[in-house]
Design a protein around this ligand. Structure first.
Ligand code: SF4
Length: 483
């Protein structure tokens, strides 16, 4: 998600650049909503940023205020209708909304709003519907109608949500009280001289990750805080706290550090690449191996592989080549698409690995689909042994906060004892970094992070229905189970 408020500028090219920097967060569809101060124009389509936008599709997007989104579907099918930003029009007023995360109380919200289950495809659409109803209940033409409506709707929402919104004159950023998904604010151009008569108002940018600020020349100011709503308009930037009575307990997703975020992203003041490298160093101490070469699974496994090699003294090298023009396999929407994507994505460097005992460092094993094929590929390519080292603990519980693993029956480590995982994957050994060491690498205490998919300790109430892992793993207290 990427939004810009830049008086006097044409923001569509900036949003294009920002979305391009965030392409790894969603590759199914891309969209942009731009306001010229009176009207909002929306262009969205299925596909990557570069295939959705060109000179022709960008030309109607004229204005100084806008919001862009790239989608990775976690609720609702991957179809044009579900591409974002979601737009709602109420006569002369309208707004656009982009959502990163997953709501966990959709059924309760549908019930409360009198919306029949399934009528709206996505939780983002449901939020847009609730906001639009709240605006219509008052006066949609009130200049502050969107902000007021959000103050009414946001406290009803549970789960993970980082939102960006625009109406004709405002850019708004919201983060849920746990701050599961990242969202940051940047300043574009030099700081405005306060009180200077006739001076240009300051320009601001919001982005899911900080590298998107870098590409448009914006300076990172800070993260949107958990439980905060930031409103940007001609009077400047102001912060509100709409979640009255709700505890504010930061629980940033640890998988942003392990897998999801770009290596050059700054999260909580720490560069993701440095944290990944440290994970590899600690992994080498926890799970040493007798091997000739350490390789990383591109791209997010490579920093941890460098760390593993440095700490173990085993040489680091390349053993897998990644086709740069294919997306991430984990976020491809169907199992079939994921399988095909692995074959197209990775190929072994046969001469570099022939006859060698390899340590292969990957960031995570979720379903095991990718890993199994990759191990086979390396052994068929001539490697003598493959010792898998994983820079995160076993993924045993479903994520309800924006990663597409809704059913535990799909999670490898929820269905196989740890000592059987290596054989299942066809590897000679496997070792997972412990949670304590992973958090040490991130440089934080356990409290500020969500690690529910590793521990089963969910920060918010969730409903686990129809989940049938074959291992009998007891849920810890605090987990809500519905038979
Ligand atoms: S459950 Fe796992 S993937 Fe989901 S938000 Fe929590 S740490 Fe992240």
């Amino acid at each position: 998600m990427f939004g810009v408020y830049a008086p006097g500028s044409d923001v569509a090219p900036l949003i294009y650049d920002g979305l391009f920097a965030l392409q790894h967060r969603g590759q199914e569809s891309a969209g942009m909503a731009v306001s010229d101060g009176d009207e909002i124009t929306v262009v969205k389509d299925m596909g990557l940023v570069t295939s959705v936008f060109d000179a022709r599709s960008l030309s109607p997007l004229q204005g100084h205020l806008g919001l862009g989104h790239v989608r990775y579907s976690t609720t609702g099918p991957s179809i044009w209708q579900n591409a974002q930003p979601v737009y709602r029009s109420m006569g002369e007023a309208g707004f656009a909304l982009g959502h990163n995360g997953n709501l966990t109380n959709v059924a309760a919200l549908e019930d409360q709003a009198g919306v029949l289950p399934g009528v709206l495809d996505t939780d983002s659409d449901l939020v847009a519907e609730l906001v639009s109803r709240a605006m219509q209940a008052r006066s949609p033409s009130d200049p502050d109608a969107l902000e007021i409506a959000l103050s009414e709707v946001l406290p009803l929402l549970e789960g993970a949500f980082s939102f960006g919104l625009i109406d004709a004159r405002h850019l708004i950023a919201v983060r849920d009280p746990n701050g599961f998904r990242p969202l940051c604010i940047g300043r574009l151009g030099p700081p405005a001289e306060s009180g200077a008569p006739g001076g240009s108002p300051q320009s601001y940018v919001i982005a899911s990750e900080s590298p998107a600020l870098d590409v448009v020349g914006a300076e990172l100011i800070r993260e949107v805080e958990p439980g905060e709503m930031v409103v940007i308009d001609s009077s400047g930037i102001r912060s509100c706290r709409p979640f009255v009575g709700r505890p504010i307990e930061p629980r940033l997703c640890v998988f942003e550090f392990v897998y999801f975020a770009r290596p050059d992203t700054i999260l909580r003041g720490r560069e993701v690449h440095a944290a990944r490298r440290r994970m590899g160093e600690l992994l080498a101490a926890e799970f040493p191996a007798s091997a000739d070469l350490v390789i990383g699974v591109p791209d997010s496994g490579v920093p941890a592989a460098e760390g593993y090699a440095a700490a173990s003294g085993i040489p680091f090298g390349q053993g897998l080549v990644k086709n740069r023009y294919i997306g991430r396999t984990f976020i491809a929407p169907t199992p079939q698409a994921r399988r095909e994507a692995v074959r197209r994505k990775l190929n072994p460097l046969r001469e570099s690995i022939a006859g060698l005992r390899l340590v292969v460092v990957d960031d995570s094993i979720v379903r095991g689909t990718t890993t199994r094929q990759m191990v086979r590929m390396l052994l068929d390519g001539g490697a003598a042994e493959v010792h898998l080292r994983v820079s995160s603990p076993p993924f045993r519980w479903s994520c309800f906060y924006g990663i597409d693993t809704p059913d535990r029956s799909e999670l490898l480590a929820a269905n196989l004892p740890e000592d059987e995982i290596a054989a299942h994957l066809g590897a000679h050994s496997v070792g997972f970094l412990s949670l304590a060491r992973m958090l040490e690498a991130i440089g934080a205490g356990e409290d500020g992070y969500c690690s529910a998919c590793l521990t089963g300790c969910y920060p918010t109430p969730v409903v686990l229905a129809d989940e049938v892992p074959s291992l009998d793993i007891e849920p810890p207290s605090g987990l809500v189970l519905v038979p």
